[in-house]
Ligand binder design. Structure first.
Ligand SMILES: C[S@@+](CC[C@H](N)C(=O)[O-])C[C@H]1O[C@@H](n2cnc3c(N)ncnc32)[C@H](O)[C@@H]1O
Length: 255
C-alpha cells in the first residue's frame, strides 16, 4: 500500500509487520526492508548493537547513519524508556525535508533548537542531535566540538550500490575514530566489498542476524578478533573494498 505524503521525494509504504517505511524517489530505494520496517530496526540495530544491555552499564551514546523516517530514534527511545536509561542519539541526514517533516510531527517531545546545521533536543530521557547535510562533511565538523565516543553505531545508509560514499574504507576509518572501546556497529549489509572496507579500517567482523530476504547481516566491533569464516570468505572473494577513490564505479557484488 502506497501512502502519498507532503514530501515531494518520498512515498510511504506499509511493510509486512504493519509499520511504515519511506520510498525515496532520489535513491530509488526504501528506507527499510518491506518484510517489516520496525522488526528490521529492532533486529539489526536495537538487538544487534546490544542497546538495552549497554544502557544498563552506562548512559550510552548512539550514532545513526541516515535519520530517514526517524524510526531508529523512536524505537531506541521506546526501548530505553522502559528502563529509564538516559541516552545520547546523534543522527546524520542529507535530506532536510525529511528531518523537518519529522521535527514538525514530533514537537510534543520538547523544544527543538536549531543550531548551525543541526536540531538539538534535550529532555530528561535523552539528548538528540539531528545533523543536516552530507555526513562526509558534517560529522567531522560536529565532532570537533563534541568529541562523542559512541557505544553503538547504526550504519543505515542506503545500499552500497546506491549510496557507496557511506560504505568506503575512509568512512569506516572515521567512524572507528569516534568509537568507544566497547562499540558495536551494526548494518543490514553483508556484502564482501563493505566487509573488506570495514576490515581495512580496523573493525573486527561477526555475522549478525538474518532478516527478510537477507541471509546475513554484519556486526563490526572495535575489539576482539574477526570471525574466521568471514575472513576466509573475504580472502577468497574477488571483489575489492570500496574506497573514496573508487566509490563512483562501485557496483554491488551479490555475495
Ligand atoms: C536507509 S535510510 C535510513 C533509515 C532510517 N535509519 C530510519 O530508521 O528510517 C538512509 C538515509 O540516509 C540518508 N543519506 C544518504 N546519503 C547521505 C549522506 N551522504 N549524508 C547523510 N545522510 C545521507 C538518506 O537521505 C536516507 O534518509
Amino acid at each position: 500500500m502506497i501512502i502519498h505524503m507532503n514530501l515531494k521525494n518520498y512515498d510511504f509504504i506499509k511493510t509486512s509487520d504493519g509499520s511504515l517505511t519511506a520510498f525515496s524517489k532520489l535513491y530509488n530505494e526504501t528506507c527499510h526492508s518491506q518484510a517489516g520496517a520496525e522488526t528490521e530496526t529492532l533486529t539489526y540495530y536495537i538487538k544487534g548493537c546490544q542497546v538495552e544491555e549497554k544502557s544498563k552499564l552506562s548512559a550510552i551514546k548512539i550514532l545513526e547513519v541516515g535519520f530517514g523516517t526517524g524510526m531508529g530514534f523512536e524505537l531506541t527511545l521506546r526501548t530505553l524508556q522502559k528502563n529509564k536509561a538516559f541516552f545520547t542519539f546523534i543522527s546524520v541526514e542529507i535530506d532536510k525535508d525529511l528531518v523537518e517533516y519529522w521535527v514538525q510531527k514530533n514537537k510534543s517531545l520538547g523544544k527543538f533548537e536549531f543550531i548551525d546545521n543541526y536540531y538539538k533536543l534535550i529532555t530528561k530521557e535523552f539528548e538528540l542531535y539531528i545533523i543536516i547535510g552530507d555526513a562526509r562533511e558534517t560529522l567531522s565538523t560536529f565532532q570537533k566540538s563534541k568529541n562523542f565516543k559512541f557505544n553503538c553505531i547504526y550504519q543505515d545508509a542506503f545500499s552500497p550500490k546506491r549510496n557507496s560514499i557511506l560504505w568506503t574504507k575512509e568512512w569506516f576509518d572515521e567512524l572507528f575514530s569516534y568509537s568507544n572501546k566497547d562499540c558495536i556497529m551494526s548494518t543490514y549489509s553483508a556484502s564482501s566489498s563493505i566487509r573488506k572496507s570495514m576490515v581495512a579500517a580496523g573493525w573486527s567482523l561477526y555475522s549478525g542476524d538474518q532478516f527478510g530476504k537477507k541471509r546475513s547481516s554484519t556486526l563490526a566491533k572495535t575489539h576482539g578478533e574477526s570471525d574466521e569464516d568471514i575472513l576466509s570468505h573475504l580472502q577468497k572473494s574477488p571483489v575489492g573494498m570500496i574506497t573514496d577513490e573508487n566509490y563512483k564505479q562501485y557496483v554491488m557484488d551479490e555475495k
